[in-house]
Design a protein around this ligand. Structure first.
Ligand code: MIC
Ligand code: SF4
Length: 641
């Protein structure tokens, strides 16, 4: 029986475990990436492990999220990351060099390699045939130290692409269509593998848009084959030697299959407040637009920017619209500056931002109250833009650019014949913003600013776990709810005590106070609890607040791993109906928790307020159970060192 691409990539990196559905395996990690908003914590954890130098083939630290320096905090964290990486063998991509996923694709990604990143959009690397996975910072720290990465053998979904994109329909519309079909929880436990005749017609940046936003499906990762298109891209990046062809076997078997006819697609938009709330642009109609943002790791490539510039050329942004553009990397911005496209954008009235995440994570450019904001990024969760009342629609760069001119949501089909942007045969390459680590790391002084506070480490699991239900939330709660991120909170990613006052505040502003008054307790969630980002702060902050367990209908992959890594019990209701039989304030009890965690998949939880009991599941590997017993991955790693 032939292998699909995912199986080939896993088999080539397998360290332990069986390649059978549902079993836990571990894989060797070739490359890691971190960014600044998760990186500070990841390097603090790496330091706590006491390993002098990273053991990966390549580890890169990017500064791209926390770039507004309204106080000393972000700049201090940048300095910490610059010095700690120099000391431990990690390459440092300086602020201004670009968004981690865009730069990594351009300059470092290698087909066939594994990449673990402390950012949920790490699967962007799947656009060149990498097995690229997002994880919490601690998992990345362990991988930097040479430890394997553990995951459950995923199911593999074949997305069969037929036909060819036409008109002004773009790669963004492809992934929006996949989201419409599979939804934000449809990819949990799965890898999305693209195949079929349509693959060859998609460029690397188009493929990377698709794999990037595959994160919104909850998927472990997404991957494209590495073919002649990949070869040409790497050659144009001056990295032909990094190319390896990679294809699934002709008789490969998949767990599921969906077909998307590229020729039949139209322009789509994800409506507020979920990336799977997808409708066609025409169906939504000509709603008035206040803000347009073109950029983010999903759509900030050279080709996206060239199309944007071509649409804007000779026009003026509508008087009611603020258009902001954030090119993805120094390479992209340099090329736009050199060929005049930047001038076309500026002349049309675009507000040009530095090469960074920016508005995507609410780092500036929060829209006005009740604004309609069209964005090319990947998430439109309520409040993520920095303005709670804003209505964010996710669209392609083509739709965004034409709408910025017309002032209303507009189908780019009105532009007439499809415009093609030729892929450059040689990208501009000058890696002067990447600093190599010091050869003798021991001599580097690691600089720590006053905003770096101690992070919480759990204790061994002992005795009963008992606590009040401090909050009961609904389905699809995101990590942006659990640990909101915006220009005022991101600077505190290395200051858990400060962040703790904002935990779950979008759901209930009194939650942090209640948690502190009760000395901790239990969170009850609906399905897909913790969807979205990789930020382990969504587990570390609850740990700091004394949360012992989260009981939910189901969890998102990375968040569940982060809870385990923090030693917080992630329990799922055996019968979802039991969710309704609990109220906030009820006291729940798990007797002899260590024994319960060790003894199998079902754990009984007593509701001592109501005198009832219900069953929960803890479907974990033996290793994960041991991590919970040890009080988290850091304790477990030290214990087994
Ligand atoms: C995001 O897009 O939500 C982020 C900000 O990039 C996060 C990482 C973080 O919270 O720092 C992610 O996607 O993992
Ligand atoms: Fe940055 Fe947004 Fe991409 Fe996250 S999704 S890495 S915040 S650009």
């Amino acid at each position: 029986m032939g292998q699909n691409l995912t199986q080939k990539l896993i088999a080539a990196h397998l360290v332990s475990g069986e390649m059978t559905a549902g079993s836990e395996i571990s894989i060797r990690i070739d490359q890691t990436l971190t960014q600044d908003s998760t990186g500070t914590m990841a390097y603090l954890q790496f330091e706590a492990m006491g390993i002098p130098r990273v053991k990966t083939k390549r580890s890169v630290a990017y500064i791209d999220h926390n770039t507004i320096q309204a106080g000393f905090e972000n700049a201090d964290d940048h300095k910490y990351i610059q010095t700690v990486t120099a000391a431990h063998g990690v390459y440092f991509s300086r602020p201004g060099n670009g968004i981690c996923h865009q730069v990594h694709l351009e300059r470092f990604g290698v087909p066939g390699m594994t990449l673990l990143g402390s950012d949920s959009h790490t699967p962007t690397g799947g656009g060149i045939g990498m097995l690229a996975i997002g994880a919490g910072g601690l998992d990345v720290a362990v991988a930097m130290g040479g430890g394997a990465y553990y995951l459950t053998i995923p199911k593999v979904v074949r997305v069969n692409l037929t036909g060819k994109l036409s008109g002004w329909v773009s790669a963004k519309d492809v992934i929006l269509e996949v989201l419409r079909i599979l939804t934000v929880k449809g990819g949990v436990g799965k890898v999305i593998e693209y195949a079929g005749e349509g693959v060859a017609s998609l460029s690397v940046p188009e493929r990377a848009t698709i794999t990037n936003m595959g994160a919104e499906l909850g998927a472990t990762t997404s991957v494209f084959p590495s073919d002649e298109v990949t070869h040409a891209f790497l050659k144009a990046q001056g990295r032909e030697a990094d190319f390896t062809p990679l294809m699934p076997d002709a008789d490969a078997v998949y767990d599921e299959e969906i077909t998307i006819n590229l020729s039949a697609l139209g322009s789509l938009a994800a409506m507020p407040h979920s990336p799977d709330n997808v409708k066609s642009v025409q169906e939504i109609g000509e709603i008035a637009v206040d803000q347009v943002f073109i950029g983010s790791c999903t759509n900030s490539s050279y080709t996206d920017m060239m199309k944007t510039a071509a649409i804007l050329k000779g026009k003026t942004v509508h008087p009611n619209v603020s258009l902001v553009i954030g090119p993805g990397s120094k390479q992209v911005l340099h090329m736009l500056a050199e060929n005049g496209a930047l001038a076309d954008m500026i002349d049309a009235g675009a507000r040009i931002l530095e090469c960074a995440c920016g508005p995507c994570i609410g780092m500036g450019q929060a829209p006005k109250s009740n604004a309609v904001s069209l964005r090319t990024n990947n998430r439109n969760f309520e409040g993520r833009s920095g303005t709670k009342s804003a209505q964010v629609y996710i669209v392609s760069p083509e739709t965004a650019a034409i709408s910025a001119i017309t002032g209303v949501l507009t189908d780019p089909a009105v532009l007439g014949e499809r415009m093609t942007v030729d892929m450059p045969t040689a990208f501009y390459n000058h890696d002067n913003m990447v600093v190599a680590p010091a050869p003798e790391g021991e001599t580097v002084e690691v600089v720590r600013g006053p905003n770096i506070k101690e992070f919480p480490i759990n204790k061994k699991l002992e005795g009963d776990v008992e606590g009040k239900v401090l909050i009961q939330v609904g389905d699809n709660i995101t990590t942006d709810h659990i640990m909101p991120s915006n220009a005022s909170l991101l600077p505190f990613r290395s200051n858990i005590p400060h962040l703790s006052s904002f935990c779950l505040a979008p759901c209930d502003p009194d939650f942090p106070k209640r948690a502190k008054e009760n000395g901790g307790g239990i969170i009850v969630g609906g399905s897909n609890y913790g969807q979205g980002s990789s930020r382990e702060h969504a587990a570390l902050v609850p740990l700091y607040l004394g949360i012992r367990a989260v009981i939910a209908k189901s969890f998102a992959r990375i968040h569940m791993a982060n809870l385990i890594n923090s030693g917080i019990l992630p329990l799922t209701f055996a019968d979802a109906a039991d969710y309704d039989a609990i109220s906030e304030g009820d006291v729940l009890l798990i007797e002899d928790a260590p024994n319960a965690v060790l003894s199998g998949e079902t754990i009984m939880v007593k509701n001592t307020t109501r005198g009832t009991a219900f069953a929960t599941n803890l479907v974990l590997s033996d290793r994960q159970r041991q991590i919970l017993l040890a009080g988290g991955l850091l304790n477990y790693t030290k214990q087994n060192a």
